[in-house]
Design a protein around this ligand. Sequence first.
Ligand SMILES: Cc1cc2nc3c(=O)[nH]c(=O)nc-3n(C[C@H](O)[C@H](O)[C@H](O)COP(=O)(O)O)c2cc1C
Length: 414
Amino acid sequence: MLESLTSLVQLKSVEWNRVERKLATCGDVGDVRKLARRQLPGGVFDYIDGGAEDEISLERNSSAFRDAVLHPNVLRDVSTIDTSTNVLGVARPTPIVLAPTGFTRIAHPDGELAVARAAAAYGMPYGLSTLGTRSIEELADVATAPLWFQVYVWKDRGLVREMIERSAAAGYEAIIVTIDTAVLGRRERDVRRGFTLPPKIGLDTFVDGALHPRWSLDLFRHEPITFSNVAGMSGIDGGTAITLSDYVNDQFDQALSWESLDWMIEAARNVGLKVVLKGIQRVDDAERAVAQGVDAIALSNHGGRQIDGTPAPVQMLTGVRDAVGSGIQVICDGGIRRGSDVVKAIALGADAVMLGRPYLYGLGAGGQRGVSWVLDHIVSGMRRTMALCGRATVGELTPDLVTQQLWRSPPLQR
Ligand SMILES: Cc1cc2nc3c(=O)[nH]c(=O)nc-3n(C[C@H](O)[C@H](O)[C@H](O)COP(=O)(O)O)c2cc1C
């Protein structure tokens, strides 16, 4: 009896690791997002998850991918799938880059170090934010992932030049110049919660923290979260509680123009760094960026966190690619949550894509393991989609694979 029962029923092995156990119940990035929402205080989750104003751009970023339709070929040899491609002049295992995100340690004490370790396993470049919570050098010391450094343009140009030189000295490959943040977008979830960086301890934060004891304990057990790259240099280094908008509006250069961009490009080139211009949202600006001589442009609306009501970057791809030709690399970010989204973006003309929130959800849900879960999910989804589309290589991901229905998406259910 027992023998016939054991031949029918296989006992599941017990997963003793709490994080692995929880991740094993996740089916997609949406599930990891829910897990992160349970682990993190509401204000922290909203800082990561939220967008500007009515969050129209935020929702459109994802719905544009859902509305893009795949037209698969059948009966093609897909016994070997090759996701490798050239990104910024280097052969990489996938066209995926991890986007810069500020104040990363708020999601998990390991912060950027955990993200870089997970990225290394997939050979994915990782962009450290100027507003990162690990310094350029700290990250370079542990990272085997290729590193890029994201630069906001501070009024203090000496500070910008110094950061560019530090990243070159630490072995980074490129700078990402983010040009969509002359002032900070109005992130109304943060406004409602009175969210500051680092979080101020009021009664509401205290209650929120008490409801998330693991996060709170981590916060108190580890060294304070600061803007490590500008610590002690820019008046406020993250050690003082301040709203992000006050910080940005005070420190960043609102007078930045195409003319002053030349200075930035020259500063990077002088120390051997490539330049990615992040935050392009129009065809004419893409053309101007090419004329200015950058190495790549990143079509991005900052994950819907800056100006609201813009197109999803994936909706800009065809027009931009047609205008700029094949002489410049185009990176697309915003709303990528699945491997099939990566396939759609590449087919529509991107050379690479960047992920922001997906890895932050992973970080919040389970540190490095959570990030690895997300990266694995997206890469395996890309491979599966390529196989199901009859396209074995990245070069075969061509525009005939996708049609887009624009502007017709219902809002996401939250
Ligand atoms: C919490 C958070 C912080 C961010 N911080 C930065 C930043 O410091 N610099 C920057 O250029 N972009 C920043 N971004 C935007 C990302 O680089 C990227 O453009 C965006 O997250 C892509 O959209 P996705 O989150 O839908 O993948 C941030 C995004 C998030 C969610």
